[in-house]
Design a protein around this ligand. Structure first.
Ligand code: THU
Length: 120
């Protein structure tokens, strides 16, 4: 699967987002090394800080399907990943993060998105 294909999966997923407060629909798609793709969407809540980003939703689905750090090849997202999601993406060791920024599809390594990161 190409990065463009993975981005297409994220874009299609965004239609299913639950974002009644911001109305900002986000989709994400995680590509596992074994070829499986798990999508995610942002899920907002009336108690605003409890909302979930699309990237974390997709990564949580992948974990529920058995994925662990090192199993993620790439993740695509229709928005620039927030700081917290960058930390999550780093944890799972993705090679590439594919995302739309300023009308351009960017491909970055997680450590480029979060340099000098916190690690235990
Ligand atoms: N959002 C994501 O889903 N991923 C990000 O990395 C950035 C922000 C969502 C959270 C919220 O539902 C909406 O976008 C507006 O901030």
């Amino acid at each position: 699967m190409t990065d463009q294909d993975l981005y297409g999966r994220a874009k299609a997923a965004a239609a299913g987002a639950y974002a009644p407060y911001s109305k900002f629909l986000v989709g994400a798609a995680v590509l596992l090394r074994d070829g499986r793709v798990l999508t995610g969407v942002n899920v907002e809540n009336a108690s605003y800080p409890l909302g979930m980003c699309a990237e974390r939703c997709a990564l949580a689905r992948a974990v529920a399907e058995g994925a662990r750090p090192g199993d993620v090849e790439a993740i695509a997202v229709t928005a620039s990943p927030c700081g917290g999601c960058r930390q999550w993406i780093l944890e799972f060791g993705a090679e590439r993060v594919v995302f739309m920024h300023g009308g351009e599809l960017l491909v970055r390594r997680p450590d480029e998105l979060l340099p000098d990161s916190f690690q235990l």
